[in-house]
Design a protein around this ligand. Structure first.
Ligand SMILES: O=C(O)CCC(=O)C(=O)O
Length: 277
């Protein structure tokens, strides 16, 4: 059990700004992602990792054996909007430190939460196929970014997140959902267009931020431990809801944007502003 003093240290860390260097902003603008070290301490990762892990295993409903799952289901357990389930998960998701980094990288005045999601790749979990997230989102501008936070050091055998550098600038494969087909078609196309790939381990405390249109994937989890990851998806606070272009976007409009009118801004109830300058 944390003492009150220890807990306030953790909360303070989640609130304090992290210095994003001009080089990191430039790297993100060019490559559509950036990996940043020493963003969260082992104490914060330990404490909130335990809370989020507990929620994941309590709320998870995907219990079929691996052999009976689709490629998507083999990739991870996916539990969404934990901030609405638990006050301590909300403390983590509402971290100003993490939200300000998102605003700094996107070079915007402030960010709203689109939603959060825990992505736990179980031991023997499969690949996360190549994809770009914004395919799923009825959002007008490309000013969206996901922070990917591993709760443990993540060596290659656990399936760290990998990125096709600069792929947010090209309009390939923007109509393909996560699937065996996306893995095949996008791997071929990204290679044909000579995109270099960053596929490297994550140290403890290191996180990545990737833009909504940046292509990314992850390898399988060959270790005997779950790859525990929490993510938050942020959008420019002035983001506008666009006409859904596929059935996933229709569902997202209802689930994450409260079915607000097309052309309007998301609202605080479902999509709170987490940082504003
Ligand atoms: O964690 C993974 O394997 C995939 C993560 C991902 O696709 C995302 O956060 O957008």
């Amino acid at each position: 059990m944390e003492s009150l003093a220890d807990k306030s240290l953790l909360l303070n860390e989640l609130d304090q700004p992290y210095a994003v260097s001009p080089e990191a902003v430039e790297f993100y603008r060019k490559n559509g992602y950036v990996k940043l070290k020493h963003v969260l301490s082992p104490a914060v990762l330990d404490y909130y990792g335990a809370i989020i892990t507990d929620l994941v295993f309590r709320l998870n409903t995907l219990i079929k054996p691996m052999e009976e799952r689709t490629t998507y289901e083999r990739a991870f357990l996916q539990i969404m909007n934990l901030w609405r389930e638990d006050d301590q998960a909300r403390e983590f998701v509402f971290s100003k430190r993490l939200a300000k980094i998102a605003a700094d990288l996107m070079e915007v005045e402030g960010v709203r939460l689109y939603h959060d999601q825990a992505l736990y790749k179980e031991p023997s979990g499969g690949i996360t196929p190549w994809h770009a997230d914004q395919f799923y989102w009825p959002l007008a501008s490309p000013k969206t970014v996901t922070v990917w936070i591993p709760f443990q050091e993540t060596p290659m055998e656990m399936g760290p997140l990998a990125f096709a550098e600069g792929s947010q600038h090209v309009e390939i494969g923007r109509d393909i959902e996560i699937s065996d087909e996306s893995e095949q078609v996008l791997a071929d196309e990204l290679q044909r267009q000579n995109f270099s790939m960053n596929d490297t381990p994550f140290e403890l405390g290191e996180v990545s931020y990737h833009a909504g249109w940046t292509f990314h994937r992850a390898g399988p989890n060959r270790s005997d431990r779950p790859r525990k990851v929490m993510t938050m998806i942020y959008m420019d606070k002035d983001q506008i809801i666009s006409q859904p272009r596929n059935h996933y976007q229709v569902a997202d409009h209802t689930t994450w944007l409260a079915s607000l009118p097309i052309g309007s801004k998301p609202q605080d109830d479902m999509n709170p502003i987490l940082y504003s300058r």
